[in-house]
Write a protein that binds this ligand. Sequence first.
Ligand code: GLN
Length: 317
Amino acid sequence: MNTDTDQSGELDELLREVSDRARPAAEDGEVADYIPALGDLDPRRFSLAATEMDGTEHTTDDADVPFPIQSISKVFALVLAMQKADQGSGVRDELWRRVGREPSGDPYNSLVQLEREQGVPRNPMINAGALLVDDVLLDHCDDARASMHALVSELAGEEVGVDEAVMQAERDTASRNRAMANLMASFGNLTHTVDEVLDLYVDQCAISMTTRQLARSVRFLANDGIDPASGRRILSSTLTRRVAAIMLTCGTYDAAGEFAFKVGLPCKSGVAGAIVALVPRRMGVCVWSPPLEPSGNSLAGRVALSELSARLNLSIF
Ligand code: GLN
């Protein structure tokens, strides 16, 4: 007879096998090096974490090593904006007038589309879109930075911090992000100063978390909007589905088609090499391996998620 403990042990073993298969792929990727804190990341770091709805955690390797969550923060920022939208404060119409929800097919930090499309970013998962969401949050939160930290810490089940060195370096190298914010401002699609928006953006990129914490933190998106740890509804069912849809179509930038094809789960990546994935009604997953593909997604991370999805038959399609 198969007991819960047996099944849990089987998943531990499967994660180990998936990790063993994926880890070598990292050799063909490149660690982001636009700031020292990322360039110095050990390319051999690796971990895979899966948290089930009942709280059971399965992890391999460096599951408790923190790293900057970078663009994974774009999911939490969007969730906050959606929360505001759900409160009927008019944010919903404003949000979707000012940012789209189509995949970009361009690199995450491209300026080209933004110019062609009159300063309206394609979606909230690329840099321009995240800057726009931050501008909206500055309008609708008393303290957007504090709200973001409170949300992420609640979901992680413990206080999460910011890596100050990463934040400073992000700010010092933000020329391209600054250019995007300026371009949006020139089209009248920014209500705060470029500096105010950038301050919030670099802060969220520098939030420091582990794969274990990230796997926990995204579970509510796989659970109809309810955080299984507390039972608290974070987002309505409808809006939760929308966040997941945007992750699926836009969360891994111009590789979103490849991710849908191979992994078949809503995902979001960050340039430090982490990728979160949602397994509806089952678990939150996070993989971390710093070397990236040209699209800016973790190479071994994609291999691990493809393998995990194939082995457990997880594709939503
Ligand atoms: N800090 C990075 C940037 O703004 C985040 C991008 C990412 O993680 N893909 O360029």
